[in-house]
Ligand binder design. Sequence first.
Ligand code: TRP
Ligand code: ZN
Length: 510
Amino acid sequence: MRPADPPSSLRAYSLRRSRRSRWVRWLLAGQLLTGPLLLPVAAQTAPQLSPAAQVRSVGDTLYPTLGQAGLDAVHYDVHLTVTQPGTRALSGDVNVTLRARRSLPLVSLDFLGPAVTVALWNGQPVPFRQDHAAGKLLILRALPAGQEARVTLRYAGVAGVLPDPVFPFTLGWQAVPDPVNVGGGANFAFSEPDGARTFLPVNDHPSDPATFTVTLTVPPGTTAVASGERVLVTDTPDTPDTPGAHTVTFDQKQPIPTYALAVHLGPLDAVDSPGVPVGAGGTLVARRDYFPPGTTDAVRAPYRRTGEILKALSDWFGPYPFATYGSAVVTARLPALETATLSTMPVTSSSERVIVHETAHQWFGNRVTLRDWSDVWLNEGFATYAELLWTEHQGQDGQVLADAWYATLQRRGTRPLTATTQGEMFDSSAYQRGALALHALRRQAGDDAFRTFLRGYAQGGAAAPSAAPERAAQVVGTDDLLDYTRRTLGEQAARVLRDWVQSSVLPPAP
Ligand code: TRP
Ligand code: ZN
């Protein structure tokens, strides 16, 4: 399935809004009571309101319950053990390094996973409350402004289930049972936008990207891989639970949004390709793809062009932002997903075009991340535009593709680029109108200026400075892009973009 073009059978699912029920009303009621500031009530002193009512979410326009305002999750050190791949059973041992951007009366993480049995604060037991219905894990300890804490959480059981509000699949932890003797079942993460919390306790919002160390313990014969560079392979001593298990560790050293964390385990074949000199200063980016057993050569073929795709895109976007890149092919019926350093690619999306799209998201979505989900066109428009750049790289006329996008929008209708419902996030306006907005800028500015503009944006040039300088550089919203356009391409270009962003009718074809 091309995410840009969901079969019409999927569109029927559009208006389910089951998630924002009681919790939202509760939270919004809390916000009305407390106004824009947190209550100055420490968790240890008898609070007037319930603990949850002292917590403000990030305040996302489309996902108003996600995340905690003022909480900065800096690093997740994750150990997942899966003894029966292909089932939903898993256990976790997670250390989250947290920093308070402002005084927090308690710490609230998003979590829909199994019961937490142990919670530690800098190594010492800490009271906590798990609200399964709300999907919140409350750690009942205040974190003063500017201070850091390491929270340890252990859990075992089954991963949470989160239906996508629009499409007929579930988000987050996926289980693919062994079909017929292909060598075992598989599990992987498909988390965009808010599924990471089905298997990990996280501050689940793209405005708080973090680094990850992921350690996976899996049975013999199972390959396990996650975002980042593989740092260690050891044999784990047998325990009754994990006979013959082995353990691998991956280090994702650059911050990424929680939904972009890749985790794959199953009977996968690793295929190495030569590194590609597209990193900063021309450093080699390692190349490795993963295929399930029985993957045909027709499915494998387009992945052989990944190195060339990385070169063509880095020519426009600047250095590839991570140390390694590849794809993990899955047999499940899902869209493709740009999981960091390792795109998650359904067999049915294994085309050059979708590979280009997911590769482009490594810059746009994973390196430069969203301030708010309503800005998701910043991910999808840029990734879709990469498809046109690749077409041109192949010696074809990109304008033909641009015209086709325009015709699609004329036929289907369109909307201003900022999404106003969850159902709009992955529609043709986000993808094709977003891409055409960039095409219009390019036509206005010329290729050289447009290339400089793209490279600056990919480096975080559009981001406004904020309280967490090291990661602020990568979080952007539509307004930031408009300001950046005015600064780099001038007033006239900014007007063109504003029209594409805001107009209720389709601006003239670029
Ligand atoms: N970001 C994905 C892509 O365009 C698509 C995607 C992720 C998606 N999650 C989704 C589409 C949920 C529909 C519903 O590459
Ligand atoms: Zn996309």
